[in-house]
Design a protein around this ligand. Structure first.
Ligand code: SF4
Length: 448
């Protein structure tokens, strides 16, 4: 049986797809069949934006090129969604279909991680099923409206059962799972050095932040770390972005023990808790290059209200220590959280200015209510009224709501725009890195 795993366009192709790679590794460990992974998103961009890839090969400045690449792709993507919504074939559909059919698959498994993949998914699934190819689909993005004849599966064990029911040869004992990125063509990624995405846990160990849905409300589970060293060695990895939602101190210590002496540079996302300060020197020694800190606000009432579990004094100490060690600090900021006043908004700007020496990049966002977040589940607690859904053709419905006090989304966005210049001045690395945060690992300076 020939099983083809697909990552569909469109999303920014700076890193190889983690979900697809993990799916392939779990299947390889579980069944004796011909399994391969195809990153159509990377192939699509390499084909349609080839001039920029050529200039990248000719060693033009990477971050200027990335800026140009992002502008061009942002102008290009709306045509794809427009075609998909009006029922036409988006540009590139035939190119993608040919790539799939070249591999002569019996079964195609599609992993949908980004909502933007919905626009190609529908046409491709319809076409594959017309060609008599079995299609299964899964992943964290919204799927209901793109499901056609594809079978929706929720996890790897359902996928393995499906394949075995359809004739796959199941191994008596599952082999060890080691990530294998070798199916992908490195030249198809719009990056300087290849940065590998690795997860060491599912969900978040904290899960309390009132705005957050990243963790998908699933159980927090730590993966066995023995696969980390083998994955690094098998793929000759030099740069890693850990895509875990958050990492606890004991996990960070274990990871740094593994990475020590492997000469790997790494990036991760953390909550700025004071206890991390005592292990930061060790993490730095093991190759920690940069951290994206979930700071969110410089106002204590807002931090408490969003249940971030942090305080501004500790945050200041953590980013100061991190910066003094030579670790690059990206700071996630969320403006306009429920009930935030203009003066509380400005507290955050002041916090950023006062700590500007220790901040390399500000990643600002404006709060929007998301289904599955604690605020969505307890609207009264957060002064949210009249939640209603605005229908969209292929994507999930858009959530609209009213608030009883504080800045609304429009007011917060307007204020953010007013202070963009102030924030840009604080940035010490190109702000385009906010579009693909792991790329800070490719920003070299004498401090690193
Ligand atoms: S914002 Fe980060 S720390 Fe907070 S719940 Fe979400 S993933 Fe966890």
């Amino acid at each position: 049986m020939k099983i083809l795993l697909l990552n569909l366009p469109v999303h920014t192709p700076t890193v190889m797809p983690y979900s697809l790679t993990m799916m392939k590794s779990v299947l390889k460990a579980s069944i004796n069949e011909d399994i391969s992974a195809l990153d159509l998103n990377a192939k699509y961009h390499h084909h349609f934006f080839n001039d920029l890839y050529k200039r990248l090969e000719e060693k033009e400045d990477y971050f200027s090129l990335l800026n140009e690449f992002m502008k061009k792709t942002r102008n290009h993507y709306p045509q794809i969604s427009k075609s998909a919504i009006t029922g036409e074939k988006p540009e590139g559909h035939d190119f993608l279909m040919n790539k799939i059919l070249e591999s002569k698959p019996d079964v195609v498994a599609i992993s949908i991680v980004y909502n933007s993949q919905a626009f190609f998914a529908k046409g491709i699934i319809d076409n594959l099923t017309k060609n008599g190819i079995k299609v299964v689909i899964g992943g964290p993005a919204y799927l209901e409206k793109i499901k056609t004849n594809a079978i929706k599966l929720d996890n790897y064990s359902q996928l393995i059962s499906y394949l075995v029911e359809n004739g796959a040869d199941e191994k008596k004992e599952m082999d060890e799972v080691i990530l294998d990125f070798n199916d992908y063509n490195k030249n198809h990624y719009f990056t300087k050095d290849i940065i590998y995405p690795i997860r060491t846990s599912s969900s978040c160990p904290y899960k309390k932040c009132a705005f957050c849905t990243h963790h998908g409300n699933i159980k927090y589970e730590e993966y066995d770390l023995s696969y980390l060293k083998k994955t690094i060695q098998k793929n000759n990895i030099k740069k890693i972005c850990f895509i875990d939602d958050d990492l606890t101190n004991p996990r960070l210590e274990k990871i740094s023990n593994i990475l020590m002496n492997l000469e790997v540079k790494w990036w991760c996302q953390l909550r700025p808790l004071p206890q991390i300060m005592k292990i930061l020197p060790k993490l730095k020694k093991s190759g920690l290059h940069s951290v994206a800190w979930g700071i969110e606000s410089g106002n204590q009432r807002i931090l408490d209200y969003m249940k971030k579990g942090t305080n501004t004094d500790d945050i200041k100490k953590v980013i100061t220590k991190s910066s003094e060690l030579g670790i690059k600090n990206t700071v996630y900021i969320m403006f306009g959280f429920l009930s935030e006043t203009e003066s509380e908004f400005i507290d955050t700007i002041k916090f950023l200015e006062e700590n500007s020496n220790y901040i390399d990049l500000i990643s600002p966002a404006v709060f929007g209510l998301q289904d599955g977040s604690p605020a969505y589940s307890s609207p009264n607690e957060y002064g949210i009224k009249n939640i209603h859904l605005e229908k969209r053709t292929l994507l999930g419905d858009k959530i609209e709501y009213d608030i009883s006090k504080g800045l609304d989304q429009k007011q917060a966005s307007k204020l953010k725009k007013k202070y963009n210049g102030t924030m840009y001045k604080i940035n010490k690395v190109p702000k385009i890195i906010n579009s693909c945060k792991e790329q800070i690992l490719n920003y070299d300076s004498l401090n690193i």
